[in-house]
Design a protein around this ligand. Structure first.
Ligand code: AMP
Length: 451
């Protein structure tokens, strides 16, 4: 099938030709005709499948036809969860709509208001926005959605995960009921289906990627780590590989991302952090430096896990494992894009056993273990995953909420380090009472003062 079969307008075909696209991807082939026919759509497709064009192209086609009755406000709105995704969609609109006279603007949080007000006053045909900032403008009467013809909810599942459901619903309520709505999500779970029932009208369903699909051109590896220091040493070794042309290193927290990026920069690497606490201008600068190849190592939180499309990312390193399998699939999907191959390396410490089991269960495969020669872990993988098989695993020393040393892990085998030997922590009422008794005891207070 070619794009011509999809009956797209000539200026769009010309722009696609310049992009080097020869044929529509499956999500485009299935969604575009339905969207052009004016149907509502609920589509499930992972990022990297070409889903942006699947809604941008029919949107542009609609906007290329004049709308005589339009009074004010945009004709099309794309809502997306993150600022980076919004910027990326805006760029796609610019590229695909190069030969059309369609005015578009991007409205995201973290950017100065005056600039956005100026852009809104110019009556854009298409607005690409994150829900929070758009709602802000809507409530202040700075944008009118009463003439909206097309609403796209991109990465709807992520928007719901991020707690945008109320904002999305309030935005939807201020649009005309006769609009066309296209909903795209990586996975169609129950919440999405419920939302779709409320806001879509007799939608067509398009399902491309199965839930557990991971990208076949990505080689996945697992490195067992003893502790944080071990992870650091392995990372130092891996990033010295010249084959690593561009990499995203995922960390669990914003603070860890900053710290790790600083360390790598101090070691002489072109490294930078990307996370939600950074100003939007700094986030945009970092992304553009990454795209231009000025940054080789991007240390990011999950803000970069979804949708970010930077060509030439050779490696993904999960310095900390994500909490669930779905996030893992999104993270590794930043490499191996557009037919290229990529390597996804995950570090898993003993504390991350649960996350590892969750990921392996989700993707339906065991991650093959690799070791860095000279940096072999002290504990074996069998120890790590024994819990999954119902076996024993050694308890880990740590600090409890009361600041005292205690042991985490398999309760049956746990030897409470901070508690007297006969007062083991347990889930029984008696166990809990013993803990309370112990916390209030003289001995406990003495230890707390000493620690
Ligand atoms: P997306 O899933 O929208 O993030 O797109 C992933 C990548 O696929 C982007 O780099 C697009 O430029 C590219 N792409 C989209 N559609 C096509 C197509 N029909 N042929 C080749 N590449 C495409």
């Amino acid at each position: 099938m070619s794009f011509k079969n999809l009956e797209l307008a000539f200026p769009i075909l010309k722009a696609l030709n310049e992009c080097g696209y020869t044929a529509p991807t499956p999500i485009q082939a299935q969604s575009i005709p339905k969207a052009l026919a004016g149907r509502d759509l609920i589509a499930s497709a992972q990022t990297g499948t070409g889903k942006t064009a699947a809604f941008v192209l029919p949107g542009l086609q609609r906007l290329s036809a004049p709308c005589p009755g339009r009074k004010r406000g945009p004709r099309a709105l794309v809502l997306t969860p993150t600022r980076e995704l919004a910027e990326q969609i805006t760029e796609s609109v610019r590229v695909y709509g190069k030969y059309l006279r369609v005015k578009s603007t991007c409205i995201v949080g973290g950017m100065p208001y005056p600039e956005q007000l100026r852009a809104l006053r110019k009556s854009p045909d298409l607005v690409i926005a994150t829900p929070g900032r758009l709602l802000d403008h809507l409530e202040r009467g700075r944008i009118n959605l009463s003439c909206l013809e097309l609403l796209v909810l991109d990465e709807a599942d992520r928007m719901l995960d991020m707690g945008f459901i109320e904002d999305v619903e309030r935005i939807v309520d201020s649009t005309p009921s006769g609009r066309q709505t296209l909903l795209f999500a990586a996975t169609l779970n129950n919440t999405i289906v419920k939302l779709a029932r409320r806001i879509l009208k007799h939608p067509e369903r398009v399902e491309i990627a199965a839930r557990q699909t991971t990208h076949e051109c990505i080689e996945q590896r697992l490195h067992v780590a003893d502790n944080l220091e071990h992870k650091r040493r392995m990372l130092k070794h891996l990033i010295s590989d010249p084959a690593m042309t561009r990499a995203i290193i995922f960390s669990a927290t914003k603070r860890d991302a900053d710290r790790l990026a600083r360390e790598l920069y101090a070691q002489g690497h072109a490294a930078s952090a990307l996370h939600g606490d950074m100003k939007q201008s700094a986030r945009n600068r970092t992304m553009s430096n990454m795209r231009r190849g000025k940054i080789r190592l991007l240390v990011a939180t999950d803000v970069a896990a979804r949708g970010i499309d930077v060509a030439g990312i050779s490696h993904i390193i999960n310095f900390d494992l994500p909490k669930c399998g779905e996030d893992y699939v999104h993270r590794i999907g930043r490499t191996g894009r557009a037919g290229a191959s990529g390597i996804a390396i995950s570090f898993a410490s003993f504390k991350e056993t649960n996350e590892l089991c969750r990921i392996e269960r989700y993707i339906g495969q065991t991650l093959p273990e690799h070791v860095v020669p000279g940096l072999e872990p002290r504990r074996s993988l069998q120890h790590m995953t024994a819990k999954k098989k119902g076996g024993w695993h050694p308890p880990v020393q740590g600090y409890g909420r009361n600041g005292l040393k205690r042991t985490f892990g398999n309760r049956r085998n746990a030897v409470t380090a901070g508690y007297p030997k006969d007062k083991k922590r347990g889930s029984t009422r008696k166990g809990k009472r013993l803990i309370i008794e112990y916390r209030n005891s003289k001995e406990s207070r003495r230890l707390r003062r000493a620690s």
